[in-house]
Ligand binder design. Structure first.
Ligand SMILES: CSC[C@@H](O)[C@@H](O)C(=O)COP(=O)(O)O
Ligand SMILES: [Zn+2]
Length: 208
């Protein structure tokens, strides 16, 4: 994979238009062949990113390349680092803030969101009839490295059912082998969140 910044700019514009990266919300990253990754610089308006709005970081967190002196890496870089260190097959990691993701994270008070047994789960790698799978949920902390540490601790011992996690009252983070696949994963996760909200409004219960 060569410079992924155009793919990140494209995805960011899409997500901004869908209301999932309102203002400066969310952050996107993708790996280079040397295992470094380009990540959105902190506080950039996500509807109009340009190639200078990214910082290249090593897997251990050093800034390797910064096209604009005022750029700082995303405040949530430690979460992307955690994902790349846990899942070597991940080449892209996308984080967005939809209204529905925040709502569904409040439908449960434990660490796992039961996912509805719908066909769309195949897009997240679940090929089972009537699957009983969950999306991991993490608490949100002002101190982002604390969220990253919790992700590392939990996933060191358990493999998540789907390549996605939800941070309560915050948003979803997905990962995938390519930027295109990560874009699909965001769309599928957000579709599932909309379905869960609609199912609840319709009085449908699919708790496993
Ligand atoms: C709109 S504020 C959201 C931020 O606090 C954060 O959660 C976020 O997703 C974007 O942070 P950033 O540092 O721009 O990557
Ligand atoms: Zn965020």
């Amino acid at each position: 994979m060569n410079d992924p910044r155009q793919a990140l700019i494209h995805a960011s514009r899409q997500f901004y238009q869908l209301g999932w990266m309102a203002g400066t919300a969310g952050n996107l990253s993708a790996k280079m062949p040397d295992n470094s990754f380009w990540i959105t610089a902190s506080g950039k308006q996500k509807g109009k990113l340009v190639v200078e709005d990214f910082v290249r970081i090593s897997l251990t967190g050093e800034v390797l390349e910064n096209p604009s002196p005022q750029n700082k890496p995303s405040a949530e870089t430690s979460i992307h680092q955690a994902i790349y260190s846990l899942f070597p097959e991940a080449n892209a990691c996308y984080h967005v803030h939809s209204v529905e993701a925040k709502l569904v994270s409040n439908f449960i008070d434990h660490e796992q969101l039961p996912l509805p047994p719908i066909e769309m789960l195949k897009g997240l790698g679940i090929w089972e009839e009537n699957p009983k799978v969950y999306m991991p949920v993490f608490e949100n902390y002002l101190e982002v490295p604390r969220i990253a540490e919790n992700i590392i601790q939990r996933f060191k011992n358990t493999t998540p059912d789907v390549p996605a996690l939800l941070i309560r009252n915050h948003g979803v983070t997905v990962w995938a082998a390519s930027p295109e696949a990560a874009e699909n994963h965001v769309e599928l996760a957000e579709y599932i969140f909309r379905y869960i909200v609609a199912a609840r409004q319709a009085g449908l219960n699919f708790q496993h």
